[in-house]
Design a protein around this ligand. Structure first.
Ligand code: ADP
Ligand code: ASP
Ligand code: MG
Length: 399
């Protein structure tokens, strides 16, 4: 069972989680609970390091951010004990989380569940700090924002759990963010592939790496609310439901567009440009190349907002300096809006419908990118919420 930050935000919420957990335990289940930091704690800790040094070293940032989860595991273990059940809290390293050394974006290499198993055999409810682990130097690492979902799935896989429940502040996975789109509908189930696209395209309800891991190990997930006692959304390989044409609409406005113009139109330059970025682990998303004037070409692409300035600096230093006349610019007034659905694989005209809906709303498209089961467009940031709503209306008309 994993509980996100809002589910453990204050003492009442912690007690509420303790009730859910102890009820399951009293039914005879072995329970491992993964929790995130309370409420906005992680954001507050980030603000704190920025007060000291915005460029603080990543190792120390991890040391700081990992503290958030330490608070919630201890409080939850206390709440469970106060309800008369045995519980023990474990930090990531105690729970056996070994990760890579890429601080702030570490990946789980393995989970050694020995300690968790020991505690379970002593009949303890085990409360594990999400989002964190240790690397081969025994340094504390964190998994990137939203990483507790991945911690939970990793434990479920390592323990061969019968069930992995992700409790959050909405009742499941919806056809769009239910806080932004009032008509959004809860999906009874969704496939890993569709969920992976939605999560990667901005639906923060599940971290995309957690879905990747769940698919890899065949862990069925249930996303549900910690505040209402209702069935949630099941995430699994094959859904019984008739294939929906579209299963969701998502938005990501944490991105910037970088345009490199006036590049000599010669073979190999796209390779050189993007290899400079990949050498520094900067992920590039939508790419557009177009013909410029006088044997030149322009290449535009999007990257995560956090990497924007670094990408511009790198290319200025390593690319622009080598080719005369090349220019670079960055635009942060952009957002990516996407529709996802495995039904579009076998259905023509979905893209046309999407573009028509945007045209009807007079929203201009800057870039387009597609895969078998998604279509994304880049538009101006101020139109993003409206675009999500009109696309949702188009593909999920009121019945
Ligand atoms: P937690 O703290 O439990 O990890 P998050 O804030 O990370 O919770 O994720 C839950 C939030 O995801 C919801 O409050 C909701 O606003 C947002 N969200 C975005 N897209 C969707 C979607 N398609 N379905 C459900 N929730 C969504
Ligand atoms: N507390 C971490 C974050 O806010 C991890 C998580 O919530 O999953 O990103
Ligand atoms: Mg989350």
């Amino acid at each position: 069972m994993k509980f996100g930050g809002s589910s453990v935000a204050d003492a009442d919420r912690v007690r509420n989680v303790a009730r859910i957990v102890t009820e399951s335990y009293k039914k005879g289940n072995d329970v491992v609970v993964v929790v995130s930091a309370q409420g906005d704690t992680t954001d507050d800790l980030i603000a704190k390091y920025k007060e000291i040094d915005v460029n603080a070293s990543e190792r120390e940032r991890d040391m700081l951010l990992a503290a958030g989860e330490q608070i919630s595991i201890s409080l939850l273990a206390m709440a469970i004990q106060s309800m008369g059940c045995p519980a023990v809290s474990l930090l990531g390293w105690q729970a056996g989380f070994r990760t890579t050394s890429s601080h702030t974006t570490a990946r789980i290499k393995k989970v050694d569940p020995t300690r968790i198993r020991n505690e379970i055999s002593k009949k303890n409810i085990v409360v594990v700090a999400g989002f964190q682990g240790v690397d081969k130097h025994d340094d504390v690492t964190t998994l990137g924002r939203g990483g507790s979902d991945t911690s939970a799935v990793a434990i479920a896989a390592a323990m061969h759990a019968d069930l992995c429940q992700i409790y959050t502040d909405v009742e499941g996975v919806y056809t769009a963010d239910p806080r932004k789109v009032p008509g959004a509908r809860k999906l009874p189930e969704i496939s890993y592939d569709e969920m992976l696209e939605l999560a990667s395209l901005g639906a923060q309800v599940l971290n995309n790496r957690s879905v990747e891991l769940a698919k890899k190990y065949g862990i069925e997930l249930e996303v549900l609310s910690s505040l209402t006692n209702k069935p949630g959304t099941i995430v699994k390989e094959h859904t019984k439901m008739e294939k929906l044409l579209i299963s969701g609409v998502a938005k990501d406005d944490d991105i910037v567009r970088i345009s490199v113009t006036n590049i000599p139109d010669e073979p190999g330059l796209a390779f050189k440009l993007f290899s400079i970025l990949s050498a520094k682990n900067i992920n590039v998303d939508i790419i557009l190349q177009s013909i410029g004037r006088d044997k030149t070409k322009d290449i535009s692409f999007t990257v995560n907002k956090d990497n924007g300035q670094a990408a511009v600096d790198l290319l200025t230093e390593k690319f622009l300096s080598r080719y005369e006349g090349v220019n670079i610019s960055m635009n942060d007034n952009v957002a990516k809006v996407s529709i996802v659905g495995s039904g579009m694989e076998s259905h023509a005209g979905v893209a046309t419908d999407m573009f028509e809906a945007l045209f009807d709303a007079n929203i201009n498209i800057h870039m387009i990118s597609t895969s078998e089961i998604k279509i994304s467009v880049l538009i101006r940031k101020e139109y993003a919420d409206k675009a999500v709503r009109i696309l949702h209306d188009k593909f999920f008309p009121e019945v």
